[in-house]
Design a protein around this ligand. Sequence first.
Ligand code: SAH
Length: 484
Amino acid sequence: MGLDWNNTKDSENELKDSETGFSYNKNEVYTVRIEDVGTGGEGIAKIDGYTLFVKDAVRGDLCEAKITKAHPKFAYTKLMNVIEPSPYRVEPACPVSRRCGGCKVMAASYEEQLRFKQNKVKNNIEKIGKVTDYEMNPIIGMDVPYHYRNKAQFPIGLDREGNLVSGFYAGRTHVIIPNEKCYLGVPENEEILGIIKAFMTEKQIQPYDEVTFKGLIRYVMIRKAFRTGEIMVCIVINGNKIPDCDELVERLQKVNGMTSISVSINLCNTNVIMGKLIEHVYGKKYITDYIEDLKFNISPKSFFQVNPLQTEKLYGKALEFAGLTGNETVWDLYCGIGSISLFLARSAKKVFGVEIISDAIRDARNNAKMNGIENVEFFVGKAEEILPQYYEKHGGYADVIVVDPPRKGCDTALLDTIVKMGPEKMVYVSCDSATLARDIKYMSENGYRLEKVQPVDMFPHTDAVEAVCLLRKQKQDDIIFNVI
Ligand code: SAH
């Protein structure tokens, strides 16, 4: 069956199925039962085999959905009404969760969220990765899945009535949904935003307007080190300075734990939050946090895992999968401030880290020194360029290669070099199971076997899921056996 896109005579909005003659009306409301969950956390329902994606619906809901955009094989719909709530449906803790769109699955119980994430990883690995024979461990969830984020970036703007607001952009838009009391963030966020907004009102400082490019204050980035309690605030501005900045600093200093205040100058009309220049206006240039007993200094622009509790579990699994005995040479690609590198260095002979952001590598080197770790070496640059160059020049040997790329996964040039270097193990830490699965497919076509997968819930209530995988180089005999 399929929809006949030429047969739209009856009305502009009507689509007719060429086989059954069943018509689907674009703006009509359909009553459907949600059967499954899509990769973005949306509900999935079927009408006569035709797929409806119902955003905000929970598996098991009987609901009314209105078609907003139709394609030949599926349609996007808006959830209009829940007629019979699913047993997995809960009242979301956050009253603006649906409008905000950050917590896409908050209306599902935490158990149901974990089930969805486990399945998402499994489906991607099996459908995209084309692997079925591997060990899938049960997802590691959180005991208390709230207030886990150590970092938040709040856009500042004006609402329709001209009031100063801060919050989050509604999904795929630049409309700010006022929300300072985010259930994923720390309570200090609200206090800090309150101080900054009161100051702006008093001094008549305008927020940045993305249409006119006028106004000063763009974003407020807040980071808290969970173990030490240290807080960092970085205010991103469209200008060179904040008027009466000393006064603002004096007020912010009073927040318990305030350790570092900086201003980031971003004069570009872009979606990138941070500007190139960071001016420190109070305290240290970084805050200090721990992962297990390792100490890390974190600068405003450096990447640091946002959920410190789950990070320990994630890194613990990466270490377990690496199976180090103290004699190994390890590469940690996409190493950020070297957190995984240092974590592994204690059990390895030598760790090489590669990261594209030079500030992060500066932090990584300092972090190594601060923790008295000497068997690490860091390189700045693209992993897909540094590793091949190193391999060409020095031959480059590795027992274990760890990768922890951003969402887009690894570049083929990098995977090719890994295959050439032939480490016994590759540990893949991923925040996007679709690109992970794509890369697993590539590695399995090139002599590696996926052994184990461990999903970890680093971002409860969102549709994102992290996973650590162990890939092992197959012995020549295994490959011949598998081909036969
Ligand atoms: N392993 C680190 C960081 C993981 S996030 C940790 O656990 O904290 C991914 C990192 O990859 C970011 O620090 C990002 O700056 C870096 N990155 C992005 N593209 C890269 C590339 N092509 N080569 C090297 N690093 C890159």
